[in-house]
Design a protein around this ligand. Structure first.
Ligand code: GAF
Length: 356
């Protein structure tokens, strides 16, 4: 038996660093996907090959734990492990992987890989796992097997997105709503090297959890701005203020989109970036320069997207302004002596699915 499945990367329209605070996020799937061709094998063994390392293959038996330094194959092993750990029987398979999701740009190439492998293995193993339960399985592969303490946004976006829509996800209840979105989003990959990303991400997470404990609430989702003012540590106060204001911005964004006022979400995007820069402190100069240049060139709003410390900016623009905004950001990068950015327009695309 053989199956093929694919899953996309994502951008996040708004709602950054809110997922692990039980808050709201509004990502959408990119038109870039990772595809897995899976053939059932007769042995309890998984063999992984890819388009980007022709002639190389990695085989593993029942996965127990990730081996020290995580490689991309550990995301595949992690998915097999997460399925087995949840009590599912997964037959051995030969998996061939190809992808056009940019890697290392903060566009969730790892989630795309996990979710494509998960979708293929569920079909190959004839498992009855509702799509709504799949993001948590992929997240568990990443958290408990690979050891990256991410929230659930990227896996949810990769599995549950619909073309033409952004995905409103309540990260506490995992309830979703598909929000029609027809704005023009220019994605600017700053190509800034990711700096200290793992340690800093984990630190943001523990600081938020400590703030919630101090406020005696289950998560920062449950705090308001007057609670935040009671926090004594100034850094913790800033981190919490970002989360509280960002959750409010997501809900305002959704209300504006529902009212057909797509351009009016621009200032909320820009406020989100300012909050991520000043309060959450996860931007780098490349992200700030890209946002400033896009706004200067007439974008309705712009913000970093994803975890930060490098990666991409998204700008909401008029279709006729795409070239001008792109060139303006390139010129600003040249003036700052940054590596030239790469830009593309992304329309909300479909989530994970089987391929014919
Ligand atoms: C990364 C994480 F993987 C997500 O879970 C999320 O926390 C995001 O950073 C920040 O919003 O993409």
């Amino acid at each position: 038996m053989r199956v093929s499945a694919s899953a996309p990367g994502r951008v996040n329209l708004i709602g950054e660093h809110t997922d692990y605070n039980a808050g709201f996020v509004l990502p959408f799937a990119l038109p870039y996907r990772t595809t897995v061709h899976a053939v059932r094998s007769l042995r309890q063994k998984w063999t992984v090959t890819s388009d980007w390392a022709p002639g190389q293959s990695t085989s593993f038996g029942k996965p127990e734990s990730a081996a020290g330094s995580a490689t991309w194959v550990d995301y595949v092993r992690g998915v097999v492990w997460a399925l087995q750990d949840a009590g599912h029987e997964v037959p051995g398979a030969d998996l061939h992987i190809s992808s056009d999701v940019p890697v290392g740009s903060g566009l969730s190439s790892s989630a795309a890989l996990e979710c494509a492998v998960l979708t293929a293995l569920i079909e190959l193993s004839d498992l009855d796992i509702p799509v709504t339960d799949r993001p948590a399985l992929a997240q568990r592969a990443e958290n408990a097997f690979v050891g990256v303490p991410c929230g659930i946004m990227d896996q949810a976006a990769s599995v549950l997105s619909e073309a033409g829509h952004a995905l409103l996800l309540d990260c506490r209840t995992l309830e979703t709503e598909h929000i029609p979105f027809d704005g023009t989003i220019l994605v600017i990959d700053t190509r800034a090297p990711h700096r200290l990303v793992d340690g800093e991400y984990a630190l943001r997470r523990t600081t938020c959890e400590a703030a919630a404990r101090e406020l005696l609430v289950p998560a920062l989702r449950d705090a308001d701005l007057s609670d935040v003012d009671r926090l004594t540590d100034p850094v913790m106060r800033r981190r919490a203020r970002h989360v509280v204001t960002e959750n409010a911005r997501v809900l305002e964004t959704v209300a504006l989109l529902a009212a057909g006022k797509v351009h009016e979400i621009g200032p909320l995007m820009t406020d989100s970036h300012t909050s991520l820069k000043n309060d959450f402190e996860v931007t780098v100069p490349e992200l700030d320069v890209a946002v400033a240049a896009a706004l200067e060139a007439g974008a309705y709003g712009a913000r970093m997207t994803g975890g930060g410390f490098g990666g991409c900016v998204i700008a909401l623009v008029e279709p006729r302004d795409v070239a001008f905004v792109t060139e303006s950001v390139e010129a600003a990068f040249a003036r700052s002596k940054f590596t030239p950015p790469r830009s593309f327009v992304a329309a909300p695309s479909a989530g994970a699915h089987l391929e014919k």
